[in-house]
Design a protein around this ligand. Structure first.
Ligand code: C2E
Ligand code: MG
Ligand code: MG
Ligand code: MG
Length: 280
């Protein structure tokens, strides 16, 4: 009895495995098509100066408008895109679109783009970024690049040289999701970051846990000493924002200031020029 039950278990397990594999293959094929068919969209979430509450820019966040499944968030396809290498054309699409869109915004507004560690392994990445800037006409000073600590784990020397080149162009570098990864403090002295983005998990506990306040206060002190600025991610309530201001963060981002939205739905003040794509 137990033997046959065991066999049944295996059968179920196998079936579940192959169903999962099939679903993955379908998703991979769909994602390949999505890139070719321009089903990817870039949405933008504002970030503000913590002191003045003025908008300083937007983070570009990719979404997939799937023909039958609707709008798919990045957490559901970025890992697959990274495993399959599709992150390279996907990442280029997002960067180019973000530069084109931002070139049409008021000149005080920056755009932040997330780069995957996999893109860092591409020899052509620097040239691609230069081409995206040149083709869009966006000044490099208005582009921020967000990377996570995982980029810094491998190929440290090459990545340092690459980051120095970006900085020489005038691009700003942000360390994303700070506090969730390995968080080696040596990264902060080795790599030329302008900005640290504190992960939203610390902000979530802020008003209930005194320890989160202590961590944020330490990050702010550390960043000041290193001449970097600090952004708090995932700010949802006024209480959180007030607390973060008192702790000295420089920028804030989160649902309190706006959800990620398509570029056509962003309200700019009257000084805005129509975007190049809308005008075309
Ligand atoms: P991230 O770069 O840390 O982006 C911030 C995420 O937090 C976004 O999720 C954003 O919608 C969400 N968020 C912002 N404010 C709040 C808030 O107040 N509360 C909560 N609960 N969440 C908030 P999203 O858009 O789902 O993106 C998830 C992650 O996917 C991003 O995290 C980033 O790591 C990755 N990603 C998104 N677009 C791209 C891309 O173009 N390229 C790469 N390589 N990764 C991307
Ligand atoms: Mg980010
Ligand atoms: Mg983040
Ligand atoms: Mg993230």
């Amino acid at each position: 009895r137990s033997k046959s039950a065991g066999r049944n278990c295996f059968t179920i397990y196998d079936e579940a495995m192959s169903a999962e594999l099939e679903a993955r293959n379908t998703l991979e094929g769909d994602l390949r098509d999505a890139i070719a068919l321009c089903q990817l969209e870039v949405h933008y979430q504002p970030f503000v100066d913590a002191h003045s509450s003025e908008r300083r820019g937007f983070e570009a966040l990719v979404r997939w408008r799937h023909p039958s499944r609707g709008l798919i968030p990045p957490d559901q396809f970025i890992p697959l895109a990274e495993e399959t290498g599709l992150i390279v054309p996907l990442g280029e699409f997002v960067l180019r679109r973000a530069c084109e869109d931002a070139a049409g915004w008021p000149s005080g507004l920056a755009v932040a783009v997330n780069l995957s560690p996999i893109q860092f392994k591409e020899a052509e990445l620097f040239e691609m970024i230069c081409a995206a800037l040149a083709d869009s006409g966006l000044p490099p000073e208005r582009l921020e690049i967000e990377i996570t600590e995982s980029v810094l784990l491998e190929r440290g020397v090459e990545n340092l040289a690459f980051m120095e080149r970006l900085k020489q162009l005038g691009i700003e570098l942000a360390l994303d999701d700070f506090g969730t990864g390995y968080s080696s403090l040596s990264y902060l002295t080795t790599f030329p970051f302008d900005k640290i983005k504190i992960d939203k998990s610390f902000i979530r506990n802020l008003t209930h846990q005194p320890r989160s306040s202590a961590i944020i206060a330490s990050i702010v002190t550390l960043a000041r000493g290193l001449d970097m600025s600090v952004t708090a991610e995932g700010v949802e309530t006024c209480e959180e924002f007030e607390r973060l201001k008192a702790l000295g963060v420089n920028f804030a981002q989160g649902y309190l200031f706006g959800r990620p939205q398509p570029v056509g739905q962003i309200a700019f003040d009257e000084s805005v020029r129509p975007s190049q794509r809308d005008a075309a």
